[in-house]
Each structure stands twice: as structure tokens, then as C-alpha cells.
Design a protein around this ligand. Structure first.
Ligand code: BV8
Length: 231
């Protein structure tokens, strides 16, 4: 038994039709990170950044949760201890798949943030350049996502969860973005059993006790069945 901490990345949403970043033809093959996922890029060309996130927001709104998202929600409901999902993803497929305790460390497409006064509100389907903040009226609205060079959200909470995890699973992440990529080492240091579920071994695969390869819609329900059946 014990607390299960799960880190998910773009791979868990791939079979829902949302692009990953580093697979062939992925988002970083279509756009330069510096241009669309940094504060400097937003300052330089906000229209390009809004275009990038508007397209993803519209696509994510049409996407449906897949068997992997639903299996994690089932695990949260049926496991006798806490199951925490920390996601790098900015889509809401964990929530629409029935999950509750989801920590969006890189923010969400559904959120808007005022770069001037830090006010947060629900983003419209498409954000425009110079969109005024509803509170301070400054034309400084941006997507509420964490860009490179910015501090991910809820880091203290995440490290607390990792320190008390019995099992740590990384699902559908290439293990190339920090600090998320180092969570497996934090979990191991607190004695957690670590498992990676991925289509192919990630950069950090050797840091896991176990690696299960295959599409998430097959490996995740099977893993959850094993955990719940083994109780
Ligand atoms: C920060 C925005 C300070 C939202 C993103 C060392 C320590 C600390 C920082 C750094 C460091 N070294 C470098 C840094 C800086 C930088 C960084 O990591 N750079 C990298 C490129 C080297 N990190 C930062 O700037 C972070 N901030 O460090 O602040 C700090 C320091 C310490 C502690 C606290 C704070 C901020 C990083 C966040 C950047 N924002 N996105 C958005 O646009 O979505 S990152 C971007 O990459 C996405 O958020 C994405 O979630 C994330 C990770 O990518 P993955 O999810 O893994 O996706 P990827 O395509 O790479 O891989 C897909 C995987 O799925 C593959 O493995 C594939 O095999 C698998 N897959 C595919 N299909 C399937 C599948 N698996 C199963 N089934 C399938 N069907």
C-alpha cells in the first residue's frame, strides 16, 4: 500500500490526439522553444505565442480522455491510500477523465494570467494580444503556463509528496525537462519503488526500478489492474 505519486507528460495525451513535444513531428519540431515557450519570446512576439497556445487550447478542448487517463482516475478512487497526479501537461484530460487531485506544475491552457498584477482568470478559447486584465486593465494577459526559465507551480507540495511516496510512476514523459526529470531521484531517496511507463525508454529510464514499454492506453490500465488486484 502507501502513497502513489504519478508524474505524467505529453505521452499520456498522445492517444487523445494531442501532440507531444519531442517525438518526430512534435511541437518543438514545428516551433522554436525560445519563440513560444519563454517569457522573452512572449515579450518579443506576443501574437506568435498567443497563436501557439490558442491552437493548442482549441485542439485540447476537442480532445477526449483516453483509457490511460481513466485508469489513473480509477486508481485514485479505489486505492486505499493517496494517489497524487503531478502533470507537466497543460490539457485537462486528467480531470475530464475523472481524476481529482491533479497538480499542474506547468500551468494550464484553461488559465489566463496578468503579467502586470498576477491576477488569474479562466482563459477564453482564443486570447488576443493586448487583452486587458479584468482587474488592473493593463494589456498584459498571457497564458497561465510555466515557460522555460520560470518557476514551476506547487514545487514545495510536490517535493513533500515525493518525500512520502511508496510508489513513483512516470508516464509518457521523455525526462528531459527539469525539475520534473529529477523527481525519480527524489522518490528513490525516500525509498519509493519507481516505475516508468513509456512508448520507448526515456532519457532517465535507467533511474527507474522497472520500465514498462508500450502505448499508455494499454500499459496504464494493465498497471492499475495489477496494483488493485494485488491488494
Ligand atoms: C525552472 C510550457 C527553476 C507549457 C514547458 C536543471 C535544474 C533546473 C532547471 C533546469 C536544469 N537544466 C535546465 C533547466 C532549465 C529548464 C530545462 O529543463 N530545460 C531543458 C530543455 C534542459 N527548465 C526550466 O526552465 C523549468 N523552470 O527550472 O525553474 C527551478 C529550478 C529547480 C527547481 C525549481 C525551479 C521550467 C520548465 C517548464 C517549461 N515549460 N511547457 C506548455 O507549452 O506545454 S516544458 C514542456 O516539456 C511541456 O510542459 C512538457 O510537458 C514538458 C516535458 O515534455 P514531455 O511531457 O516529457 O513531452 P515530450 O514530447 O518531451 O516526451 C513525450 C514522451 O511521451 C516521450 O518519452 C514518448 O516516448 C512518450 N510517448 C509518446 N506517445 C506515447 C508515449 N508514451 C506512452 N504512450 C504513448 N502513446
Amino acid at each position: 500500500m502507501g502513497k502513489i505519486v504519478i508524474l505524467t507528460g505529453a505521452g499520456i495525451s498522445a492517444e487523445s490526439g494531442l501532440g507531444t513535444f519531442r517525438d518526430a513531428g512534435g511541437l518543438w519540431a514545428q516551433h522554436r522553444i525560445e519563440d513560444v515557450a519563454t517569457p522573452e519570446g512572449f515579450a518579443r512576439n506576443p501574437a506568435l505565442v498567443h497563436e501557439f497556445y490558442n491552437a493548442r487550447r482549441v485542439q485540447a478542448a476537442k480532445a477526449l480522455p483516453n483509457a490511460a487517463h481513466k485508469a489513473l482516475a480509477r486508481l485514485q478512487g479505489d486505492w486505499p491510500d493517496e494517489v497524487v497526479i503531478v502533470t507537466q501537461n497543460v490539457d485537462n484530460l486528467h480531470e475530464t477523465g475523472g481524476a481529482e487531485r491533479v497538480v499542474h506544475m506547468h500551468g494550464t491552457l484553461g488559465g489566463a494570467l496578468c503579467a502586470a498584477c498576477d491576477h488569474r482568470w479562466a482563459a477564453p478559447p482564443e486570447m488576443a494580444v493586448d487583452e486587458p486584465c479584468p482587474v488592473c486593465k493593463a494589456p498584459t494577459a498571457r497564458p497561465d503556463v510555466v515557460w522555460f526559465g520560470e518557476m514551476p507551480y506547487d514545487m514545495d507540495t510536490i517535493y513533500d509528496h515525493l518525500a512520502s511516496a511508496s510508489v513513483f510512476a512516470a508516464i509518457g514523459t521523455s525526462g528531459q525537462v527539469y525539475p520534473a526529470a529529477a523527481f525519480v531521484h527524489e522518490a528513490r531517496m525516500s525509498g519509493a519503488e519507481t516505475i516508468e511507463l513509456n512508448l520507448k525508454p526515456s532519457t532517465g529510464a535507467s533511474g527507474f526500478d522497472k520500465v514498462v514499454l508500450g502505448p499508455a492506453t494499454e500499459t496504464v490500465p494493465h498497471w492499475v489492474d495489477g496494483l488493485l488486484g494485488a491488494r
